[in-house]
Design a protein around this ligand. Structure first.
Ligand code: ATP
Length: 208
């Protein structure tokens, strides 16, 4: 079973990496594909360029064989609608089970994503608890409707939702950009190679 972690990764940090690692272990994923959005349609434009966010992901994932950078949104260009990405993944992986990983904050907005039903028709969802985030009533109802165990996910290619409790790591890209802008230390919040990249390129220093 293949995990998919979409995000802005502006920048990638240990919250993302632990999310992927805990999901890999809990669900028995053979790989997790990190897919940086070229142009995230549901939020402010990223501060770092798509190229820089991709470069930071390569640095962050370089020593883990189970984690892969998937460049399909970058190559497609334009707004990165997840339903298009899921259609492309489905074409690549025929009927293998695919699991789209997301934090609770992302899941709370899921029914506002373009053609969310089309997403669920193509992939399963795995929702992780995240510090400070609680489910909205609508999200809780959706979860209850499609709820599945980790074992059941393997029996179908798509269409189920599993909730996976993960250890709380209170790290966000927003906080990292703020720290970098104020020239404060970001050490131990993200991989050292990514931290060095930020410093070398003076990323987030001026354009917060
Ligand atoms: P920003 O602060 O810029 O909104 P972010 O840190 O939330 O960014 P994204 O790239 O937007 O990072 O997130 C990608 C995915 O990772 C989302 O599903 C999000 O819920 C999840 N995620 C981000 N940080 C954490 C964390 N500390 N723990 C668990 N999940 C996380």
């Amino acid at each position: 079973m293949i995990g998919i972690l979409g995000g802005t990764f502006d920048p990638v940090h240990y919250g993302h990496l632990r999310l992927a690692e805990e999901m890999r272990e809990a669900l028995g994923l053979t790989q997790v594909r990190f897919i940086p959005a070229f142009q995230p349609p549901h939020r402010e434009p990223p501060v770092a360029s798509a190229h820089q966010r991709l470069a930071m992901l390569y640095l962050a994932l370089q020593d883990n064989k189970a984690f892969t950078v998937d460049t399909r949104e970058y190559e497609r260009g334009g707004p990165s609608w997840m339903v298009d990405t899921c259609a492309s993944l489905r074409a690549s992986y025929s009927d293998r089970p695919l699991v789209l990983i997301m934090g609770m904050d992302a899941f709370n907005g899921f029914t506002r994503w373009r053609d969310w039903q089309g997403i669920l028709a193509r992939v399963h969802l795995a929702v992780a608890t995240r510090p400070g985030a609680t489910l909205t009533a609508e999200a809780a109802q959706l979860l209850a409707e499609y709820a599945s165990s980790a074992a059941e996910l393997k029996q179908a290619p798509a269409g189920r939702i599993v909730e996976v409790p993960i250890a709380a790591l209170d790290i966000s890209a927003t906080r990292l950009r703020e720290l970098a802008a104020q020239n404060h230390s970001t050490r131990y919040l993200l991989p050292e190679a990514v931290r060095e990249y930020l410093l070398r390129n003076r990323l987030y220093r001026t354009n917060l």
